[in-house]
Ligand binder design. Sequence first.
Ligand SMILES: [Zn+2]
Length: 392
Amino acid sequence: MSQQAIAFDIVAREGEARAGILRTRRGRVETPVFMPVGTLGTVKGTRFEALETELDARIILGNTYHLWLRPGAETIRACGGLHRFIGWERALLTDSGGFQVWSLGALRKISEEGTEFRSHVDGSTRFLSPEVSMEVQSALGSDIVMAFDECAPGQATHEVARESMLLTARWARRSRTRFDELQDAGMDAGRVEAAEGLSGRQALFGIVQGASHGDLRRESLERTAEIGFDGYAIGGLSVGEEKGVMYSVIEEIAPRMPAERPRYLMGVGTPVDLVEAVARGVDMFDCVLPTRNGRTGQAFTSRGKVNIKNARYSRDTRPLDEACGCAVCRRHTRAYLRHLYLTGEMLGGILLTHHNLAFFLDTMRRVRQSIRSGDFARFRQEFREECVRSEV
Ligand SMILES: [Zn+2]
């Protein structure tokens, strides 16, 4: 195949940090990028207009596992694919479902063929395999598809982690094969006339596993790169290992990942984690923190976390974050946001989520600018110093 599903150009570097342009069949994405998580086809508490205009998110995530169970892959295919179903014309990435099944823990049974588990919705027995995951993701028609992987716990022994990593490598090959068949058969529900130079097909990313063992991570990367993917992800981090371990795995693996392809760190993390991972060579991120914490009354700000429940904010007429220019910080006070939260008004979670997403996306905008202007090292240091303060 001569044309690529995505194109990735690096426009500036500082140390291992890279600023780039990722061109997908549904538009350009500047990297490093944070992708808001749209679990069930919704970035919880956020209207798509806000995502497009005020927040200017260029790419969001959908969760294969959840959408497969409800409303079902064929229902979404019948509605024209996930973009049309949810009303989002920009880029979409879907995960493989592997992580969600993993996080169900005791409810699953793994074999060479795939994973059997009980649906958390109705208790029925379901079976997810590399082939099924590729079929579901073709029905969703996302622009970036993730290979089906197996995630070992952060503290897994070398032996357990190696078995799991080898299974992931075999599943990666099966994912690649089924994915290519589906593309050739025209089963991709999200196919569009792509921009010049792109094939219009879905892109497929491979996932590096290996828990916290450096040698296994390197072997996993080798095996994954050998198969050949449009981009590469680091999976299985932020699953119970210590933060220092997470940083050292990223430091060891990210710079070794194919330099001309985007590098995606899955499911991580706090704003400081993002900046630290960029410094180690990562280009793409997703995490539920801004949306989930928004719903539980926690805001991320340029001066650290704010728990809006705290009594000290009851008459605080300052914005959540004085350095933030988002619609919420321009209009509302901490006292009001606290009142909404304490009275259980749904607007409370909506406003905190909006601010949190604005903060994450704006942080990445500043990261990109600082890499482009050769000022990233200073930005990183100042950001860490400000953000590690626990509360304002
Ligand atoms: Zn704000």
